[in-house]
Structures are given as structure tokens and as C-alpha cells.
Design a binder for this molecule. Sequence first.
Ligand SMILES: [Zn+2]
Length: 374
Amino acid sequence: MSGGHTTLTFLGGTETVTGSKFLLEHEGTRAMVDCGLFQRERRWRRQNWEPPSLEAAGLAHVMLTHCHLDHSGYLPALVRQGYDGPIWMSAGTQALTEIVLRDSAQLQERDAEDARKGEYSRHDPPLPLYTVADAEEAIRQFRTLRFDDDAELAGGVGVRLTRAGHVLGSASVTVRLGGAEVLFSGDLGRPSHPLLRARAVPPAAATVVMESTYGDRTHPAPEGEPHEALADVIRRTVGRGGSVLIPAFAVDRTELVLLVLSDLMRDRRIPEVPVFVDSPMALAALDVYRRPELRPELRDDVAPELVHLSHLEAARTSEESMRLNNPRMPCIIIRHPAWRPADEWCTTCGTFSPTVVTPWSSRDTRRQAPGGER
Ligand SMILES: [Zn+2]
């Protein structure tokens, strides 16, 4: 590392694509970039419960590249462990991370409650990793930075955000500390994102920490009309009186699906059927994408309201959601799986054929990474 006195420690995001946490340290000043949850396989998720590998109260700054849980979802736990300093991010990341952390905390509390009722936890009583109150505490520590500004933070830490084009607010983060300059790419978007302007080029840095989640594959060049496979499934299903269920996991996935559906209906490539969004988190995120102050991150050809769907409805209560298991007319349902108990979700999947699965991760990435899992 430059100067020999600044150290970089990987506390996550190695050997797995989740749990991103990077620690920069120079003469007692410590800054963390990203604070993600370990997700997916149980052996990784268990790491969220390991005793902390650093003293949270001794950190000077935390910076976030973007809102996704594998980069932000451990923040309430860090705050619970005693971190009471600033958490820096862009305005878009702030708005979306608030939604993501509240949602995550509610799920943590619900899972602990389910474990208590089902008596299947090793803890007695089962505890959530963190609570909604912890998430609110973390949110109070959020501070915003503008893109492309060189900000000087307390303790001699310099930071600059560059648009990464991955999700609204996403940034590559350049950190200067003790003569070292490290660029953390964060997750990077493709040059042609359907909603976001293409990522910008960050300033050069001597050290680059690069995400490589899709490092093992080349995205195929689109052939024929865009999204024709999806359009075909919807046309055939609705044509025989059926409904299509689309699970949407990540906070931004629903916006992309709605945009595509909106375009397909506008171009009369699929019939105009009601679209139901069965995810409180997705609806809140849609409102964030529509905020005028975040508009500069969106492509010029995206309409301010994002989507024109004449029959876009929200299922906000459990009863409304349950009713969607047996819709009275052909429709499209976008559902966040975590918000339904597993047995109910399976029942739902059994009711619907086909279920369209939106991709969100590359399973083989780790196998391709040097030193990764074999
Ligand atoms: Zn991401």
C-alpha cells in the first residue's frame, strides 16, 4: 500500500459475492467502505452472527457504494455494536438504503418470531440480528455526498463518489487516507442500463478494488426484438386465461420489470392486463426513482413517471395479497418472495404456470475467481 502505513483489510466480499466490507486504516484512523450482509448459503449467512472482527466504536467513517443488502445490510448490526459516526453515501443511495434496511430489519424480526413460534432456533429466545430500532438508529447517521466532489472528512480522510450506473445512487468510491488512494469500484452497471445513465469514469488510483460478480461471463448480445421471450410468455399465458407471476428480489428489480411491461403494452406487444405489485419495498423504491432531484441519474429518454401502466395496482394488505393467489382475471403479479411465508410462496408458485424468474446473480462467479470456492 502507498506509503507503507495504510492497510487495507477485506472483511467480506471474498470467496463469496456477498458481505462486502473493506477496512482502510492509517495511524489509528479507520474507515470502512460498504457494510454488507452475508447472504445465500447458510455457511455464509452464519458469518453475520460471528463476533465482530473490529471494534465498531473505533471507526471514524463508513462509506457506502450502493443500497443493496450485500453492501449495506450489516449497518444496523454495526451501529448496535457501538458505531455512532457518519455513514456517507449519495442521495439516491440514502433514499433506497433507508427502504432496504427497514425492510431487512422487519424480516429479521419476523424470522426471529417465526423461530420462536416454531421452536427451531438454537438461541433461546431466538433473536433478530438487528431490530427496526437499530435500523432507524443507523439511518439517523446517514450523510450525503455529491457525485464528483472531492470531500475532505474529519481525520484526514478524503472521498469522492463517481456514478457507477448499477442502481439509483450507486457509486464507485475513491478514498484517500495517509498518502494512499484506493478506488472501490462497487457494483458496476452495464454501459446500457434501461433506466440509468451510463457509469462515469472515476479518477485513476494506485490501488483498485474491483467487483467481479459477472466476471465469468459475457452478456449475450440481444437478438431480435428486446424482451421477446418475456412478451411471448405473457401473450400465451394471458391468451389462455392465465396469469403470470414474476418474483422480484432486489429493490430496483421491480422498476426494471415495470418499465419493460410498460414498453411492451405501449407497443401493443402484450395485452393490457392489470399489473399488481405485491411488495411494499418495491413501491416505495418506485417513488424514489420518480423524485425530481434524482432525475439527473436517469437516462434522458426515461419518462419522469417512469412507467405508464393504466392498471398498476398495489397489494398493501395481507388480504389483498392472498386474493392474488387466485386472481379473477388474467393479470401480471410482481411479488417479493421474502414477504410471503415459504409454504404460501410455494402454493402461489404451484398455482401459476409459468413463473417468470428474473435473474439477479451469477452462480458460477466464485468458481471462476482466483482462490474462490471449487
Ligand atoms: Zn448491487
